[in-house]
Design a protein. Structure first.
Length: 427
C-alpha cells in the first residue's frame, strides 16, 4: 500500500475525500482481510434459523467455512467447519438437522457438541492419541444481541454489546415489532454476487441521496398506486423527514419518517383493502404494549442500519438482513433474508413478503437498479490513476442535524475503515 493517504479527512477545510485505489487495489484488499474482517465482530446468523438440537446452517465467514448450530442441550454453537484430521469440510450441506457430522475423507465423525466421537481404525494411532484433543474448533468469541449472532476471530475483541454501541437502539426498534420480542428469519435466502467492491454496497445501502435518480420508477409506482407522496420539506429531497446518524465504531444509519407504508403498522393502498383491519390490529397492539410514543417510533419510522463492517438491517418496506463478503477487489457475495415477528398472522406475513420482494428482491424495484449502479461504478474506477479521488462532503458544512441525503454516516464508515487499515500490528 505504500504511504499514500486513502482517506483525507479535514473538517476545518470541509474536505473529505477517498482515494479510489481503496476500491481497486489488491494490496488494500489483502490488508482489509487482515485488519478489518479479522478484527471486527461479524454476523453469523439469526437464532431463529436453528431452533432444535441438531439444527445447523453452514456459512462462509471471512473466508472460513462455519457451522452454525444447536448442540445436544439446544445451546447455540459456532464451529469452524473443518475436520481436525486433514482439514476437509466436515458438513457439506447448506442446512438440516443431524445427530452427527462425518468427514467424507477418512470418516472421522463429530457429535452435535463438536466432540470427535468416531475414528475408523483408531487402534492404529499411537497410545498418545486422544479423541478429546481433536474436537471441532470454535472461534475465539461468539455472542448474540436480541437474536442476532456474531463471532470475532480477534482474541482481544471488546465485548459485543460495547462494540455495537449506538446500533442497539435501532436493533431494539426492529425487535419491538414482535409482541414477545422474538423475530424470525423467514425461510429462503437471496444469494448472489455483484461485480463491485464491497464498500460500494455499504455506501449504497444507507445512501438516500440516490433514491430519486436510481429508484424513480419505484416512487412512481407508489404514487400511481395511491400512496400519498407529500412535497418534501424545505431543504429535503424526499417526501419524509430523515436524518443520517453516526453510531460509533464505524456503525451508522438513516432514520426516516415513513412515507412508503410498513407491514408494522402503516397501511397503504398497495396492501389491498382486505389487509387494512389486520394492519390496524397490529397498530393497536403496538400502542397497548409500548405506549403511543414508542409505537409511533416503531411503526412510523424507517431505518437502514449498518453494523460495521458488513451487516445491514434495513427496516423499511419490510425488514431485511443483508450481509456480504469481498471475494476480490471487484467482486462480492451477498446474502439476504426477510425477518418478521414470530406471531405474525398469515395475512400480515403475506404483506411483509410481498413488500420485501417488491423492493429488495432480485426482481424488485431496488436491488437490480442498485446492482447495475454498483457495477457501473466499479467499471468507472478503471480511471482511478487519472481521477484518483472521490469526495464525500454532503452536509459537512451544516450546523446541527444532518439529513438522510447527507453523508455523515458514510464518513463515519470510512473513518473507521481508515483507522483499522492504518493500524500497526494486531489488536
Amino acid at each position: 500500500m505504500g504511504t499514500r493517504a486513502l482517506v483525507l479527512n479535514e473538517p476545518k477545510a470541509l474536505r473529505f475525500e477517498i482515494n479510489r485505489a481503496a476500491l481497486v487495489d489488491p494490496a488494500i484488499f489483502a490488508a482489509e482481510r487482515e485488519k478489518v474482517f479479522e478484527r471486527c465482530w461479524l454476523y453469523v446468523g439469526h437464532e431463529s434459523e436453528v431452533r432444535k438440537p441438531g439444527d445447523f446452517r453452514t456459512r462462509m465467514i471471512c473466508g472460513r467455512p462455519i457451522l452454525f448450530c444447536r448442540d445436544s442441550t439446544n445451546e447455540l454453537r459456532v464451529f469452524l467447519n473443518t475436520c481436525r484430521h486433514r482439514g476437509a469440510t466436515v458438513c457439506r450441506e447448506a442446512e438440516g438437522n443431524t445427530k452427527s457430522h462425518t468427514c467424507f475423507y477418512h470418516g472421522w465423525s463429530y457429535n452435535r457438541d463438536g466432540e470427535l466421537d468416531g475414528v475408523p481404525g483408531q487402534d492404529a494411532f499411537p497410545p498418545s492419541f486422544k479423541k478429546s484433543d481433536f474436537n471441532l474448533k470454535e472461534p475465539p468469541h461468539v455472542a448474540s444481541y436480541r437474536g442476532f449472532v456474531f463471532l470475532s476471530f480477534n482474541p482481544q475483541a471488546q465485548p459485543l454489546e460495547d462494540y455495537l454501541a449506538g446500533t442497539k437502539e435501532y436493533i431494539d426498534l426492529v425487535v419491538d415489532q414482535s409482541p414477545s420480542g422474538q423475530m424470525e428469519v423467514i425461510q429462503g435466502v437471496q444469494d448472489y454476487e455483484i461485480r463491485a467492491n464491497w464498500k460500494f454496497l455499504t455506501e449504497n445501502s444507507f445512501d438516500d441521496y440516490h433514491l430519486l435518480s436510481v429508484h424513480g420508477s419505484w416512487l412512481t409506482y407508489l404514487r400511481n398506486s395511491g400512496v400519498e407522496m407529500k412535497r418534501p420539506e424545505r431543504g429535503h429531497l424526499l417526501p419524509g423527514h430523515g436524518v443520517g446518524k453516526v453510531l460509533g465504531n464505524g456503525h451508522g444509519c438513516t432514520d426516516n419518517v415513513n412515507f412508503r407504508g410498513r407491514p408494522v403498522a402503516c397501511w397503504i393502498p398497495i396492501y389491498g383493502e382486505t389487509t387494512k383491519p389486520e394492519i390496524e390490529r397490529i397498530r393497536s397492539e403496538l400502542v397497548a404494549r409500548l405506549g403511543e410514543q414508542r409505537a409511533t417510533r416503531v411503526a412510523d419510522t424507517n431505518r437502514n442500519l449498518l453494523v460495521f463492517p458488513n451487516l445491514f438491517i434495513n427496516d423499511g418496506s419490510s425488514v431485511t438482513i443483508r450481509t456480504y463478503y469481498p471475494l476480490a477487489p471487484d467482486r462480492m457475495r451477498v446474502l439476504a433474508w426477510a425477518l418478521g415477528p414470530v406471531e405474525e398472522s398469515p395475512a400480515a406475513r403475506a404483506v411483509r413478503l410481498d413488500s420485501f420482494l417488491t423492493f429488495y428482491g432480485p426482481g424488485g424495484f431496488a436491488t437490480p437498479d442498485d446492482i447495475e449502479v454498483l457495477e457501473s461504478l466499479q467499471a468507472g474506477l478503471s480511471t482511478h490513476r487519472e481521477v484518483p479521488w472521490m469526495e464525500v462532503t454532503r452536509g459537512m458544512a451544516k450546523e446541527g442535524e444532518q439529513l438522510n441525503t447527507d453523508e455523515p454516516h458514510l464518513r463515519g464508515f470510512w473513518i473507521q475503515w481508515d483507522k483499522l487499515i492504518r493500524a500497526e500490528g494486531t489488536q
